[in-house]
Design a protein around this ligand. Structure first.
Ligand SMILES: *Cc1c(COP(=O)(O)O)cnc(C)c1O
Length: 354
């Protein structure tokens, strides 16, 4: 069956009459705003946040559209990309009926959002080289599969998924293909953004939480066809991105050179860290990474995790994830932090020889 957006959307969402906010209904020029029950005297703090923010984050979208080479109308701005993931479930997946497909080991939120929405999760594990397995993917997809999630570069494995395989699924699948590009800025691979116009069932997620250094603001992006973005806008909470977050993201968007600079340093530190870690006897393997973290296969993940923690250094223990036996996921830090990590590994290894 071919992709048909109208068929894919839940009936209740099609019927839904969206909330119309004061700032939706008025878009002209005015000086006195008595339409939204705000406090006209202002805020008690030094900065004024007494007015509701732009519900559609138009200025941010215009800026992002410029350098992403998409139309403003193809962009959704959310309270983290986690909001976009949750909206996809609520727009397209009927609780207790539909299913989604993920390719483990991968980002945990897809399955958590599915669980919250009572949606079955089908799994087509990556190969032992952490590549997509097209046969397994096609074998799992059925007529109730609404969303397929690909994460590229993938968390926690760090590698990029093959572009051709993603597009092959998109070409044959009647649901939406969601490509999570949270780590794309650290990768030499091209974003799939340029394919949006060719694949109406493609949804691409990006975020301000990683390379942009703004995780605390909670701002993420989804790129898709205008029709899909209109559905996001229909279902999202009216004021989903705060005024302060919008302002700070706008400031950051004017500092792209600084972000590029940090990215270069992080990628350099990543390679240096990989080469240093690879010399430890307790490290079996370091997987190639296109992201700002390394997946490190060790001989004793739990012991090493605890040993690092006793040095006040926390990493992510992924040794229980599919295909990740022995693995710790380690974020690339500052040069000082990375030195502390190497020191802590050295201390652990010294504690082994008596
Ligand atoms: C960190 C991360 C995100 C970011 O989520 P936000 O809600 O935007 O902070 C999204 N996807 C993956 C795979 C991640 O690792």
């Amino acid at each position: 069956m071919a992709f048909d957006l109208d068929y894919l959307v839940r009936e209740n969402i099609k019927r839904l009459l969206p909330y119309s906010s004061a700032r939706d209904e008025f878009a002209g020029n005015a000086e006195i705003f008595l339409d939204a029950n705000e406090n006209s005297f202002g805020s008690p703090i030094s900065k004024n946040y007494s007015r509701y923010p732009d519900p559609l984050q138009r200025t941010i979208k215009e800026r992002v559209a410029e350098f992403s080479r998409v139309k403003s109308s193809q962009i959704f701005v959310g309270n983290g990309s986690d909001e976009a993931i949750d909206l996809l479930f609520r727009i397209f997946c009927r609780p207790g009926i539909d299913n989604i497909l993920i390719c483990p080991p991968t980002y945990g939120m897809y399955a958590v959002s599915a669980g919250i929405n009572d949606i079955e999760v089908k799994r087509a594990n990556l190969t032992s080289e952490f590549e997509l397995d097209l046969d397994r993917i096609n074998g799992e997809i059925d007529d109730k599969t609404k969303l397929v999630f690909f994460c590229s570069p993938n968390n926690p494995t760090g590698n990029s998924m093959t572009r051709e395989t993603i597009l092959e699924v998109a070409a044959s699948f009647s649901g939406l293909v969601v490509v999570d590009e949270a780590y794309i800025h650290f990768s030499n691979h091209l974003s799939l953004l340029s394919e949006l116009d060719r694949y109406p069932n493609l949804v691409i997620l990006q975020t301000f939480s990683k390379a942009w250094g703004l995780a605390g603001l909670r701002v993420g992006l989804a790129f898709a066809s205008e029709q899909v973005i209109q559905l996001f806008n229909k279902v999202k909470p009216p004021y989903n991105v705060s005024q302060i977050a919008q302002q700070m993201v706008l400031s950051a968007l004017a500092m792209r050179a600084k972000v590029d600079e940090m990215r270069e340093i992080i990628v350099g530190e990543r390679e240096a860290l990989a080469s240093k870690l690879s010399r430890f006897r307790s490290v079996e393997k370091i997987y190639p990474s296109d992201a700002n973290f390394l997946l490190v296969k060790t001989i004793a993940p739990n012991e090493i995790y605890r040993s690092l923690l006793s040095e006040k250094l926390v990493v992510r223990n992924r040794s229980n994830a599919e295909l990740c036996d022995g693995c710790l996921r380690i974020t690339v830090g500052t040069p000082n932090e990375n030195r502390a990590l190497i020191d802590a590994f050295e201390k652990y290894e010294k504690s082994l020889v008596h």
